[in-house]
Design a protein around this ligand. Sequence first.
Ligand code: NAD
Length: 352
Amino acid sequence: MRIVNENLCNNEISIVIGKGALSALEELKDKKVALFYSQKIDPSRVKIHLKNFIEIPIIDGEEAKEIQYALKLVKLLFENDFDRGDYVIALGGGTVTDVVGFVASIYMRGINLINIPTTLLGMVDAAIGGKTGVNFENVKNVLGTFYQPAMIISDLEFLETLPIEELKKGLAEVIKYGLVLDKDLYDYLAMNKEKIFTKDESALEEIIYKSSVDKLSVVKADERETKSIRIVLNFGHTIGHAIEAGSNFTVPHGYAISVGMVCEAKMAEEVGYAEEGVVEDVTWILSQYELPLTVDSLNVKIDVKRAIDAITKDKKVRGGYVMMPFPTRIGDWKRVDVPIETLKGFAEQCLR
Ligand SMILES: NC(=O)c1ccc[n+]([C@@H]2O[C@H](COP(=O)([O-])OP(=O)(O)OC[C@H]3O[C@@H](n4cnc5c(N)ncnc54)[C@H](O)[C@@H]3O)[C@@H](O)[C@H]2O)c1
């Protein structure tokens, strides 16, 4: 089991990773807790660590991330007399930690939050870093807050039931960390595919640990995305979001960013920021993990106009430029301000 303790903007945060990580909940024995859990997850292993709690099964998936649904969860806290000294637990995938995190952040201006992610994507990304979000008018994450959980518990036993396709979507984000932040992680992924695909415990613990430390260090340096550092986490995401939008969100996020990373690495190489060979390394590692490399392999019709429109509306556009993190060599990156018209041209090439 690994424990990472960090102080983020005066918040003490612990990440506990490994089999048996749920034992960290012992410190909540005398606390009042609202346990929100995905209906698809058996909460009994969490409940045995709690005494004074209410349990609230909730839906998961993007339908859970609607403001009206979030307000229903707020009502449950209110009706049960929760106050700021009490605790909320979010048990589920990234959609659950996003909506419950949002609820925890707005309830009485913030109630203690503990994330227990149950997908790989949740463990390495969504549950860490303090971004919460709900969708609005069919647009993802329009409403959201920055709100740090006190603890993130990544208990590997939850991954036993996770379908391999869901594992792969999380692996796309793990690979991203390797490509732009962490050569050791890249090397580890290159050597341990079989172990990871067969859910070997020590291999999963290693990649979740390395990814968590990578994400936390970026968030620590730029919690609110004001210093152009946190944008590194967006590698593959500018084109990836365009693919998601152009497919009317039928392409899963992990697959969209996989293709996005290939396109953006090609851009970085073409404009001279990436060392020769980076694109090969990017495509090789993604193909090892059976992730898509091209739009064609997604087998979905992409509405290119809609995809390009999404780029124009990207949150990272400033004065006609888009801030993009380009890989320079494996494990390293550079911020480049790309003229929006240049980006659109590259995107069109990639998406057709
Ligand atoms: N806040 C952030 O920083 C951040 C970062 C990345 C992604 N996200 C958000 O995360 C969401 C995606 O997260 P996700 O991929 O975990 O999706 P998800 O929550 O929809 O879970 C994916 C699927 O896996 C199932 N599932 C969950 N845990 C399981 C388990 N242990 N065994 C079997 N099935 C299980 C769920 O029921 C669901 O069908 C998106 O809404 C995205 O916007 C947020």
